[in-house]
Write a protein that binds this ligand. Structure first.
Ligand SMILES: NC(=O)c1ccc[n+]([C@@H]2O[C@H](COP(=O)([O-])OP(=O)(O)OC[C@H]3O[C@@H](n4cnc5c(N)ncnc54)[C@H](OP(=O)(O)O)[C@@H]3O)[C@@H](O)[C@H]2O)c1
Length: 357
């Protein structure tokens, strides 16, 4: 199937109606047993997404794992066409290769899909959406939507509201990315290294190329021809695409750090118009999905533990960047739970907009 078909609009609906007459949907979570999939299951219930039936998919490795959803047990099963055909919506929480191979079948079955992987983020026929920033792209009811890179979402949740007022010219970002960005296996690696260290034992490096305990290193994604890593390329491409700003100057260094969840980003933003820290704080205080942590109240600046498990992206340390264009440059510190706003929450919010009339 061509990308054109995958990017088509969802013309046919398989919608059900509940006894109360409200529309309800069969929802599939593909990769339900992973770090993002587990969050999706919880969010569907917490946010009262109108689910008539939940179908959970995984590989053979975890098949049979049981979850509780709305008080009922639901078992994860391997992906199969008949079970997928029942779904109205699917959230893909698997790697890019598997997303690419499943998307044509989902489109053929008229299953509207939101994909967390990088498989479709550069396809111009498939919208790349952060609801608070460019949610209007969902009005045409696409059958496939790409969820952006997690570090990019966390950063743009802060940069975009300011861009809309004083137009960004340049972003410089340094990320401090939690191990869960590499999935459940990333969390297990940090935890097992910590346990081994506490027991005085040597520890193994299985997922990451070197110890993550007591260490930081450049992001472990593939090195590209220009010396940047793949994560840094994603940040550059996706920032420009989501903001609709092709000439945006973007400098980024992505770093893995030994935190369990929530990515932090040191942001240096240069605008085309003047803006003060107080004006930026005022704009961000009114931005949906953002919480300004105000140190003038005596609060500590945001950190990954403060952001973990929370929907909002936290911003603090909003200050003049003395290295940028005078009067137009600000530095700040953003922290967001990348399993939530950087992945599962953003995907569920996209589905909420897709079912809206
Ligand atoms: N982690 C993050 O912070 C984050 C943020 C943004 C985007 N993403 C993207 O979201 C996707 C999922 O990431 P994750 O962190 O949740 O990874 P993960 O923890 O490694 O989970 C991977 C999931 O894929 C399933 N899977 C693997 N092979 C499969 C197969 N052949 N058929 C069906 N299911 C299969 C796994 O099932 P088993 O349990 O059976 O192995 C598991 O449920 C990735 O594309 C990732 O790049 C992740």
């Amino acid at each position: 199937m061509s990308a054109g078909n995958i990017g088509a609009s969802s013309a046919v609906s398989k919608t059900n109606k509940s006894k109360s007459g409200t529309r309800t949907f069969c929802v599939g979570v593909i990769g339900a047993t992973g770090a993002v999939g587990r969050e999706v299951i919880q969010l569907l219930e917490k946010r009262k997404f109108p689910v008539s039936r939940l179908r959970l998919f995984c590989s053979e490795r975890s098949a049979g794992e049981r979850f509780e959803f709305q008080g009922q047990p639901v078992s994860a099963q391997t992906v199969n066409r008949d079970a997928l055909a029942e779904c109205d919506y699917a959230i893909l929480c698997v790697d890019a290769a598997l997303s690419r191979s499943l998307a044509p079948m989902l489109a053929e079955l008229k299953v509207v899909a939101v994909d967390n992987s990088s498989a479709f983020r550069t396809d111009p026929a498939i919208p790349l959406v952060v609801p608070e920033i460019n949610g209007e792209l969902l009005k045409c009811k696409p059958i496939l939507v790409a969820n952006p890179n997690c570090t990019t979402i966390v950063s743009l949740m802060i940069a975009a509201p300011l861009h809309h007022v004083v137009q960004l010219d340049r972003i410089t970002a340094c990320s401090y990315q939690a191990v869960s960005g590499a999935g459940l296996a990333g969390m297990h690696e940090l935890e097992s290294q910590a346990r081994a260290w506490a027991a005085g034992q040597k520890f193994a490096c299985e997922l990451f190329p070197r110890p993550i305990l007591f260490n930081v290193f450049p992001h472990n994604s593939t090195r590209q021809a220009d010396g940047a890593n793949e994560e840094e390329h994603k940040f550059v491409r996706e920032s420009r695409r989501i903001l609709g700003h092709d000439s945006l100057r973007v400098s980024v260094t992505c770093v893995r750090v030994p935190t369990l969840r929530a990515h932090a980003v040191a942001l240096h933003l240069e605008f085309t118009k003047a803006i003060s820290p107080a004006q930026a704080a005022d704009i961000l205080a009114r931005a949906p999905g953002v919480r300004v942590v105000d140190e003038s109240n005596g609060d500590q600046p945001a950190d990954p533990q403060m952001a973990s498990g929370h929907d909002e992206v936290l911003v603090s340390r909003i200050r003049v960047d003395h290295g940028g264009a005078p009067g137009k440059s600000l530095a700040m510190w953003a922290v967001g739970d990348q399993l939530l706003k950087g992945a599962a929450l953003n995907a569920v919010q996209i589905m909420e907009l897709l079912i809206a009339d």
